[in-house]
Unconditional design. Structure first.
Length: 150
């Protein structure tokens, strides 16, 4: 588990979310938030809130279908990111995923989608909670995406 941020989470509401690092052709999918959303214009990995009574994998599949209009094939747990935003504490379960055959992500809620190679990860401005995740991802890229895993 990766803890990011400095304030105590005890007094803040906790938002439990899932995120997908979708991998294809030696690149990962980055999604730009619409300008009219909170933290608009920043980039993130697709995903969203875990609903009451929902397990993280089901939440991930549902959110990816809602946000990108695609089905996931492989889902591997990667990390849990803990991050303190000013108004809430984020607990984000992150998964490395592949798309089901013949699936192409659509911009259903994002203003832009980009496939980023390892050398391009820092070409976009990520959400604060995703920044350290992206740094780790860049460092461990070869270990995470070895062909025998995906």
């Amino acid at each position: 588990m990766t803890q990011v941020g400095s304030e105590s989470a005890a007094a803040k509401p906790v938002k439990r979310v899932v995120a997908a690092i979708i991998y294809r052709n030696n690149a990962v999918l980055a999604c730009k938030r619409d300008e009219d959303r909170d933290m608009g214009g920043l980039w993130e990995f697709a995903g969203g809130k875990i609903e009451a009574g929902e397990n993280p994998e089901h939440a991930l599949r549902r959110e990816i279908q809602e946000e990108l209009g695609v089905e996931l094939q492989l889902i591997l747990p990667y990390d849990t990111i803990e991050y303190d935003y000013p108004d809430f504490h984020l607990s984000m379960e992150v998964f490395v995923c592949t798309l089901a055959p013949n699936q192409e992500p659509q911009k259903l809620i994002h203003s832009e989608l980009r496939w980023l190679h390892q050398s391009e990860l820092l070409d976009v401005k990520w959400l604060p909670a995703d920044t350290n995740l992206v740094m780790t991802l860049g460092t461990l890229w070869d270990d995470i995406f070895e062909s025998q895993h995906l």
